[in-house]
Design a protein around this ligand. Sequence first.
Ligand SMILES: *[C@@H]1O[C@H](CO)[C@@H](O)[C@H](O)[C@H]1NC(C)=O
Length: 564
Amino acid sequence: MVFFKGKVSVILLGVSFLVLCASLSVAKEDLQLRQCKQLCRHQPGQRQFDSRHQQECESSCEKFATENERGRGREEEEEREERSSPRHQIEREYTKCRERCQEREEGRREQQVCESGCEQKRVQQEREIFRRRGDDIFGRKSEDEEEDEEEVGGEGGKPYVFEDQHWSTKVKTEEGRVRVLKKFTKRSKLFKGIENYRVMIFEANPQTFVVPNHWDADVVLFVAQGKGTVSLVYTDRRESFNIEHGHVLVIPAGVTAYLINRGNNEKLILVKVINPVSNPGKFESFFGPGGDNPESFFNAFSSDILEAAFKTPADRLKRIFSQQRQGAIIRASEEQIRALTHEKGSHWPFAGGKRSSPIHLLRQSPKESNDFGTLFRVDSNDYNQLRDLDIAVSFANITQGSMHTPYYNSRATKIAVVLNGRGYFEMACPHVSKSGHKQQHHHHHRGERTRRGEEETSPVHYEKINSELSQGTVFVVPPGHPFVTVASEDENLEVICFEINAENNHIFPLAGQRNILKNIEREAKELAFATSAEEVDEVFKSQEEEFFFIGPRQQEHRRGFSII
Ligand SMILES: *[C@@H]1O[C@H](CO)[C@@H](O)[C@H](O)[C@H]1NC(C)=O
């Protein structure tokens, strides 16, 4: 795009303004066109256009507007197609099937049997599509086929903030669901450094069982709600741990794990960060001990192989590997839950020297704490299992109406998941700009070149990335990027953070008692700020708190901005 120069670049500016507005509603179309044309007429910093260029500019506005409308038509068509897709038909049939079950009046048990028949049929139909099309069972494109839909632009926190539409459902049964955040690099190339990490939220109803499986990935999990028992199966032993809200646990790749929600009425919710061991950013679960749904990997082998391996006739094997059809998360009886609740672990020092039991993050002594908030943090020094993964886990509980100091991490990329409450965050970012273009392309618009023909790089500019936060919002803070998080006036904000690349990471606070600017020499301050060191000190010393402060008062702040 180096060739756009002078007046032509103004045409481009007008059009790119229209591109920016293209996502707005149809009703605003006329307004956009008018504004685009207006831009053709009055370009700040430019002399009046001569009329030929103005006409050219205006007609590209019109051309773009019509094309844009056609584009919208296409989208609608695609949506219609989507609705008549086989996947939707299966869903419709399934809903009807279940309704028919519920109309029958033979008692709860019979209804359940009937409903699981529906579920079974659905799974079979989905497998059929899967075979025909090579897609996965949800009819989604596999990740490789997905286009690189890179999003840039500071508006609405993009691309650093992830909301409902950025998750996909991996497992869904009557008793629970598992959602995975899409691959970071699918969102933006800016996340190359954390490409090999994924985020998952697991939810299971009370008194349920997750069937045994292993993954080709290491997992760090935080218990965000509820109580459970996790069992990890090794060749020489089994370790079972009771977990509850606040626990952090590492499940190493390849270890077969199963899990219960032992709560009576609370959901068990786990937030997981997943680190695949071989295929960057990709992982799978492998179900062995099980049946038809989820499909056991044993079913992939020829029956004569299985007969030989287990010294058991094929029909018996077929029976054992086909009976479980209720999905990966299933209901268990009270007695079964009670029996699975017993703890059996290697708490003592003889068991290989490694502490694999979970650590209670919220019972550690806080790293920061005052009236305005509390910060807990564990890293590989507190919990050995985190060492190989190079991950630290922290939990911030920001008091209502308070904030943490603006700070940056030296090496770690922070993946933050909002667990409770509301608030917002702001971050300074040199990589994106409001106009929706990547910062490094900025200077092309100006088309300025030095005499020797090199491009002149525009001075660095930091765009404000900002977004409201509420339960389930995920946001990412790369190293070096200063940011703040503020709790709403009426609720505490609770955020769990996974710091990737945590080894030797340092937090550098930019305000408060330990802010780094206090350690700058007098002369350096005077030169940097071009004012007296006293004046600078007054500013940087007046905040007497550390790390957590009272936040901006709502009325002075973001008038007209609703923190719903
Ligand atoms: C967060 O702090 C509030 C009050 O300061 C407290 O009631 C709440 O339990 C804390 N949350 C957690 C998860 O510790």
